[in-house]
Design a protein around this ligand. Structure first.
Ligand code: PRT
Ligand code: ZN
Length: 291
């Protein structure tokens, strides 16, 4: 199936961990829409795309089946559902890991020792693949939630669950044994929509905008004035992607230097630049970088 009204449909999580970041990303791409969690469709006013608000669990299948052309969902779910979709790009949020964990007091010391044990999970497919790849046989106890309670209830000897900060594991007396999967939110596409001429044109336009936002993330634009005599020294300090822009100023022997810096570097950098003659340093956010 392929949606045919000339508009793209992009499925995002209705209400959950990925919702705000997904809405933010699409707005940063210049899409103008009102997102209502309670209505299925949010049409976009200035781009041929409609947002579809769904439970995250449904997104891989709906994109696979063409109910939506695109979707934003955790790679963990794409993998678990075995969805036949095209992975377009990771999006840099919703980071988590699928981890095998055991009680702190467990005698199990390695993955091999899980042979014959009971493992509780909401990710039976991914776990089964992992056990097979590692030549292990274990009983998979499939649960629909609160997996972290299974060892205390003596329902399982280990668990296989999503972890981000590790707090849930700690407060339940569990510790990680092995990572099965690293995941983040990703943009996925229906395979037929990706090869359909008019849909592909829209997808490519959206992708350029998304890549621009991803490139700009964590970067700042830095401007400063400096005496011409300091330029060579300052150029050595600046880690610019390309060489910095240098513009002469009306004031004799002074130039303005512009460059792009990483957010986590700019405080250290600013101190060094100041020490070597830079002044009037201005740092501003970057919305997008189209290369
Ligand atoms: O209602 P709907 O079905 O749409 O949402 P949901 O409740 O099933 O999913 P949601 O919103 O919890 O998660 C959506 C996606 O976010 C997941 O599919 C992952 O890709 C990603 N993600 C990132 C996480 C976490 N971090 C996370 N910490 N998903 C779940 N968790 C849970 C985990 O299951 C465990 O219970 O949080 C707990 C562990 O967290 P820490 O921080 O204590 O380690
Ligand atoms: Zn869900």
């Amino acid at each position: 199936m392929i949606a045919r009204n000339g508009r793209l449909k992009i499925a995002i999580q209705k209400s959950g961990r990925l919702t705000d970041a997904s809405v933010d990303l699409l707005r940063k791409c210049g899409l103008d829409f009102e997102f209502q969690r309670h209505s299925l469709y949010s049409p976009c006013r200035n781009f041929d795309i409609d947002l579809l608000a769904l439970r995250d669990d449904d997104i891989p299948e709906y994109v696979q089946d063409g109910v939506a052309d695109l979707g934003i969902v955790g790679e963990n779910l794409v993998r678990e559902r075995g969805a036949k979709v095209k992975l377009l790009t990771p999006l840099g949020y919703g980071y988590c890991k699928l981890i095998l964990s055991i009680p702190v007091k467990s005698k199990v010391t390695s993955v091999e020792k899980l042979n014959g044990k009971r493992i509780a999970t909401t990710y039976p497919v991914t776990l089964k693949q992992f056990l097979k790849a590692n030549n292990l046989k274990a009983d998979i106890v499939e649960l629909s939630g609160s997996v972290e309670l299974a060892p205390a209830l003596d329902v399982a000897d280990a668990i296989c669950d999503i972890v981000s900060t590790g707090t849930t594991l700690r407060v339940n007396g569990l510790k990680p044994l092995a990572t099965i999967l690293d995941s983040q939110a990703s943009l996925i596409s229906n395979t037929r929509a990706y090869t359909d001429k008019s849909k592909r044109e829209l997808i490519d336009r959206l992708m350029i905008r998304i890549s621009g936002c991803l490139q700009a993330r964590g970067k700042r634009y830095m401007m400063m004035n400096a005496p011409v005599a300091s330029v060579e020294r300052l150029k050595k300090i600046l880690p610019s992607l390309k060489s910095p822009t240098i513009v002469p100023l009306a004031e004799n022997d002074m130039v303005a230097m512009h460059t792009v810096v990483a957010e986590d570097e700019f405080w250290d950098l600013m101190e060094k630049l100041k020490k070597h003659g830079a002044r009037d340093i201005i740092v501003v956010p970057i919305e997008t970088i189209i290369t």
